[in-house]
Design a protein around this ligand. Structure first.
Ligand SMILES: C[S@@+](CC[C@H](N)C(=O)[O-])C[C@H]1O[C@@H](n2cnc3c(N)ncnc32)[C@H](O)[C@@H]1O
Length: 783
């Protein structure tokens, strides 16, 4: 993109940067004309759209080389490395390539099955055997391997069938004899309990979850307000933790950093036997079902060797023919949108362009394939009906969107859709679509434990040398949902959003009375950042000035989160720096300007009143009209603190803490290091307000350091101190508190405090059920 920018003359740059929606047609037309006439443009983008130059093509040589390396690792019993090489080889293996007298793909699946078998991953290995057999149903070794696996898994009927078929395909009499013995060794399935899978589907790995149905009593309505545009509100009283909305996306794209670890369709974590895209080397899927829904079936020519095996018994032929049927892979109930199909022509652009552009490409191609949009995309906006905020975007973003749209339309046209017009209309519509994606797309997240030993919590078996377990949020993808885009943002949301596969679920986190707006957080929340940081983020990333209840009411969190403590001993008052003081003053002025009936300041609940009173009682007593908050002055007793000096001390203490943290994490921690930690935290406490978030973070770090040093009592004390502060900053039962409690439970278990751990886990389950309802168990099964 930088190269392209250099090609644009200054006056056109100005036009583009200052464009509004009304003159988009003219700015995109001028830019498009310029680029199409410049050989440098064609040079710069040629390798993006030309399949012959793409890096995403299959490559037989590379695949064979990776297979050889896998075999070497296998022979030296490095099964994990072998697995890795085989998976890589599968990704680049052309579907019809042959290695010796075997299909390359089939032999790779079987080799991987062997590696998986040796790693004890039996179901995965079984699925790979089945894949090998689907490609080459006369593959004796694959029947044999599958027979062995079925024996271990107790699927005796299947095992007997598999070994019988492999025996029929075996040419040597010694081999036949050996297999005969193997067959005899299989327990008599008629008399034994056979597994439920006797007619099992080897591809039982199900990546895609089904969405729950809505409670019928929940009624929502879309309303419009001057401040926020359209938004959703309740048309009836809604209980806490009710599911209020479920939706499948218009389209999804995986985040670049999770391309190797998560399924490109359902976005769940990949199993060890991931399945590659049949036509390019980019996506990997957790199952054939996801592969087919995303891009199409693995179109391998089944190797026809029937003439070689003409004398096979009828029942063996029946088994061989049965193995190639594809229906077990794909449930027809699922809508097949094949959103990757247009990308897998081997061209580079889907790998190189930003995720937003790939998502835009998917939306465009989906609408074209469904016959909904014209080839110049002129009706795209009408179809999607999403807000875009183009005029609020910065000049640099406007320029980026222009460039990206031209490149995307050009790539789509060259690589997969020659009928798509490369004209100012399609470019303009794509600019709007990209703006809509910026404003409306939602990050698809997964919660993940930070280490394996969260499973250890369940068994009560936590190693002291591992770091404390915690939950991490992974932003695995980005998706566009039509109705979910109508929900406005609040920094104090009353609904919570989570995902099952690609499906989105919204649940109320509190009782919502009839007529109340239903709002979720786009990221920033009270308790996470202070008001000025939230406002800045929403302006920069979502292009609006936040008018939510969290940003218009006074709350303790915004005052203390970055606040300093009072210099007078025993005073609990907070001292603000000038940035926070200005932002909070603005907020108070806003209250005063509002009509009395709407004046939230005087309507604050008793709890908020008491909380604010604890740190800033002067704000509650101020006469109307004089609500300028003075920086560096305690909001209770009026004592002055030099914030600049305190800032320097805090910085130094944090640098020390970070250094100490690194030492601890690299295993070089000891009691002296730990006492350094405690000194730093004491420094923080002399400068920062007792509810400042930095103290919560520092307490958390110290808890981790104590844990690593084996001081479990200390770890618990500091973890509890962190939770105490978080409870002031967020609501008592916020999911963030739940995440912190996972750490507390780990410490309690490690210190054999099972009753404490039980209590913590009980609270934790309560919190998680409030946010995830009955899905809490499914999403946090290890808890
Ligand atoms: C995902 S859309 C929500 C639906 C949108 N209001 C509509 O009319 O389509 C996001 C846009 O809604 C508006 N919005 C959402 N939350 C807001 C808030 N708290 N304060 C002001 N505007 C808000 C902003 O214009 C923002 O860009």
């Amino acid at each position: 993109m930088e190269k392209l920018k250099l090609l644009i003359p200054e006056d056109l740059l100005q036009t583009v940067r200052s464009s509004s929606v009304d003159d988009l047609l003219s700015s995109s037309s001028s830019l498009l004309r310029l680029f199409l006439g410049l050989p440098q443009f064609h040079q710069a983008v040629s390798d993006l759209g030309d399949p012959d130059l793409g890096c995403c093509r299959k490559n037989e040589e590379t695949s064979l080389d990776l297979k050889r390396r896998g075999n070497l690792c296998f022979r030296s019993r490095h099964f994990n490395d072998a697995l890795r090489f085989y998976s890589k080889a599968l990704r680049v293996a052309p579907p019809h390539a042959i290695d010796g007298d075997k299909s390359l793909l089939a032999s790779l699946f079987l080799n991987r099955a062997n590696a998986l078998h040796n790693l004890g991953l039996l179901e995965e290995s079984l699925r790979d055997c089945h894949r090998a057999l689907r490609i080459d149903p006369y593959y004796a070794k694959a029947w044999y391997r599958r027979g062995k696996l079925n024996t271990v898994l107790g699927n005796y009927k299947d095992a007997s069938r598999d070994i019988t078929v492999s025996m029929s395909l075996e040419s040597s009499s010694v081999g036949k004899k050996q297999l005969q013995n193997e067959l005899k060794a299989i327990p008599d399935y008629q008399n034994k309990q056979t597994s439920e899978h006797s007619e099992h589907h080897p591809n039982s790995y199900a990546g895609v979850d089904h969405l729950p149905s809505l409670q019928s009593e929940v009624k929502l309505r879309c309303v419009s307000t001057k401040e926020k545009g359209r938004g959703m509100m309740s048309e009836c009283d809604i209980e806490q933790a009710s599911v209020i909305h479920v939706e499948e996306p218009i389209s999804v794209v995986i985040s670049k950093s999770y391309r190797e670890t998560h399924c490109h369709f359902c976005l769940n974590e990949l199993p060890a036997d991931s399945v590659p895209c049949p036509s390019c080397s980019l996506p990997v899927y957790c199952s054939e079902s996801c592969q087919i829904q995303s891009g199409g079936a693995l179109s391998t020519k089944v190797m026809d060797k029937h003439h070689v095996y003409q004398n096979l018994p009828d029942d063996v032929v029946e088994h061989i023919e049965g193995v190639t049927s594809a229906d077990i892979y794909y449930s027809e109930e699922t809508e097949c949108i094949q959103e990757h199909q247009h990308e897998c022509r081997g061209a580079n652009w889907p790998a190189v362009l930003p995720s937003e552009a790939v998502l835009a490409g998917r939306v465009i191609m989906k609408l074209i394939n469904q016959g909904e949009t014209a080839m110049d995309l002129s009706n795209l906006q009408e179809i999607l009906e999403l807000t875009h905020s183009y005029s609020e975007m910065s000049p640099e973003i406007k320029l980026e969107l222009h460039l990206l749209s031209i490149v995307l339309i050009w790539c789509l046209n060259k690589s997969c859709c020659p009928d798509l017009s490369v004209c100012e209309a399609s470019v303009t519509q794509t600019i709007i679509l990209l703006s809509q994606i910026k404003v409306n797309s939602i990050a698809v997240v997964r919660m993940k434990s930070s280490g394996d030993s969260l499973k250890g919590i369940a068994s009560g078996n936590v190693s002291e040398k591992e770091s404390i377990q915690s939950l991490e949020q992974l932003r695995v993808g980005q998706a566009l949902y039509k109705t979910a885009s109508l929900f406005n943002h609040s920094c104090k949301p009353n609904i919570h959003l989570y995902f099952l596969s690609r499906g989105l679920i919204m649940r109320t986190t509190e009782f919502v009375p009839m007529g109340c707006p239903l709002e979720l957080s786009y990221g920033p929340e009270v308790g996470n950042w202070d008001c000025k940081d939230r406002v800045r983020f929403l302006k920069e990333d979502y292009f609006f000035h936040c008018r939510c209840r969290g940003c218009s009411q006074i709350n303790i969190s915004d005052l203390v989160i970055n606040g300093y403590c009072c210099v007078s001993a025993n005073c609990t008052g907070v001292v603000l720096d000038s940035n926070v003081a200005t932002c909070e003053s603005e907020k108070l002025k806003h209250f005063l300007a509002a009509p009395k009936s709407l004046n939230h300041h005087f309507q604050v609940s008793e709890k908020v009143y008491a909380d604010v009173g604890e740190v800033a009682s002067s704000l509650l007593n101020k006469p109307r009209g004089s609500l300028e908050i003075e920086p560096e002055i305690c909001l209770i007793c009026g004592s002055r603190r030099n914030v600049e000096d305190s800032y320097a001390e805090v910085n130094k203490a944090w640098n020390d803490l970070r250094r100490v943290g690194e030492l601890m994490n690299s295993g070089r921690g000891n009691v002296f290091v730990l006492s350094d930690c405690l000194r730093s935290i004491a420094v923080l406490r002399t400068s920062l307000h007792m509810y400042n978030k930095d103290i919560a973070n520092a307490e958390d770090k110290v808890a981790q350091a104590c844990y690593l040093a084996g001081d479990l009592k200390g770890a618990r004390k500091h973890c509890e101190a962190s939770i105490k502060i978080l409870k002031k900053l967020y609501e008592e039962e916020h999911v963030v508190i739940g995440n912190e409690m996972v750490k507390l439970a780990t410490i309690q278990l490690a210190s054999a405090d099972s009753s404490g751990a039980r209590d913590t886990t009980k609270t934790l389950s309560q919190i998680f059920s409030k946010f995830y309802g009955s899905h809490a168990e499914r999403l946090f099964s290890y808890l």
